[in-house]
Ligand binder design. Structure first.
Ligand code: NAD
Ligand code: WQD
Length: 336
């Protein structure tokens, strides 16, 4: 298949790109490098031992998007491009609406114009908000609590309307839970440009000595040990889910929202222990106040992914921490 990857130089995009190349798809990556570098693409090319097309540009640039569709003629799009920091989205909501919502509208318009009928969209578990029940299934009410989450919710709705208006179109809205880990080679991984907001990259930078200690945000939640519980999903499993989703979209005229997680939760302290086992290094902790906007638990019901995509996660939290540590220790400064 010919697959256009928006945001393909980023963390999840680069891992998915590698799998698509290994499965002999023709790929074009379009990325503006606002949160990534050319180095990830150079390394994917080495790992795959194959070349692929690439354009440096913004999904909001309609001239560039039209040129790209004209030249590459994709069968499908996997749409990763967007801004993703929850805290930043409270300070700069219009940047989030522009990149995430306007950019997606531009992309869908271009797809329709060029007859490209299939899209897999990077949505997020954050669309659910506070849980009425757990695990979250795809029917759970959607009540995102921050601008970032609302952009994901709005784009899901826009894609539903887009598929409803075009009988040949199909879409899979993948709601990722908490992606972590890195490729086994240690050559590609998550490389936050500034101090990480997310737990595992933060722990990893404590272990390598770039940060002093981990602030544990809240120890009085209603969980096994009082710390927040999440459904962490290995990026390698997540990348596989994209290949299954593209395949599903090529066979089914539908618009399906599908959770991508393991169906199991781990607390902050359990992740810290797993990382200490993986790295052999102690992680100093500071028990801190709850972080604004955090929920106690977030766990996926993954039965729809099992059923429709014939996919399930195979990696556990030890695999996730081992691969993160391998990447971090081989690349103490990330791609720099
Ligand atoms: P990332 O920041 O590593 O990757 C996003 C890529 O998109 C980057 O390479 C960035 O340079 C590019 N980009 C951003 N805006 C662009 C634009 N306007 N035009 C072209 N390129 C642009 O993030 P990631 O972790 O790989 O996430 C990929 C997608 O998955 C995002 O849409 C994110 O919201 C979503 N998601 C991520 C997580 C997570 O925890 N990592 C969880 C749920 C959903
Ligand atoms: C996990 C747990 C924290 C950092 C976020 C986004 C979500 C999605 C995935 C994009 C929580 C605790 C964290 C730290 C800590 N991204 N923690 N100390 O908040 O579940 O989800 O990333 O779509 O939209 O909101 O992930 O990794 O930030 O936090 O104690 O320094 O770790 O309180 O319990 P979260 P996270």
């Amino acid at each position: 298949m010919r697959v256009l990857l928006t945001g393909g130089a980023g963390y999840i995009g680069s891992h998915t790109l590698l799998k698509l190349l290994q499965e002999q798809n023709e790929v074009l990556v379009l990325d503006n490098f606002s949160n990534s570098s050319m180095e990830s693409l150079r390394r994917v090319k080495q790992l795959a031992n194959r070349d692929f097309d690439f354009r440096n540009g913004d999904i909001c640039n309609s001239t560039l998007m039209n040129d790209t569709f004209n030249a590459f003629k994709p069968d499908a799009v996997i749409h990763f491009a967007g801004l993703k920091a929850v805290g930043e989205s409270n300070d700069k909501p219009l940047d989030y609406y522009t990149h995430n919502v306007t950019g997606s509208v531009e992309l869908l318009r271009c797809m329709r114009r060029h007859g490209c009928k299939q899209i897999v969209f990077s949505s997020s578990a954050t669309v659910y908000g506070e849980a009425d029940y757990l695990p979250y299934d795809e029917q759970h009410p959607l009540r995102p609590t921050n601008p970032y989450g609302r952009t994901k919710y709005f784009v899901e709705e826009i894609i539903k309307d887009w598929t409803a208006s075009w009988s040949e179109a199909s879409a899979v809205l993948l709601r990722y839970f908490n992606p972590v880990g890195a490729h086994d080679s240690g050559r590609i991984g998550e490389d936050p440009l500034s101090t990480p907001n997310n737990l595992v990259p933060f722990i990893s930078q404590v272990a390598i000595g770039r940060l002093d200690k981990l602030n544990v945000f809240g120890s009085d939640y209603d969980t096994r040990d009082g710390t927040g519980e999440r459904d962490y999903i290995h990026v390698d499993d997540l990348a596989r889910a994209h290949l299954s989703a593209v395949h599903f979209a090529s066979k089914n005229k539908a618009c399906e929202a599908i959770n991508v997680g393991t169906g199991r939760g781990a607390t902050v302290l359990e992740m810290v222990k797993a990382f200490e086992r993986a790295s052999g290094r102690p992680i100093p902790l500071n028990m801190a106040a709850r972080r604004n906007g955090d929920v106690a638990k977030s766990i996926a019901d993954v039965s729809k992914a099992n059923r429709l995509l014939d996919w399930e996660a195979i990696h556990n939290i030890d695999d996730m921490c081992r691969s993160t540590w391998n990447w971090q220790s081989l690349n103490p400064l990330g791609y720099k």
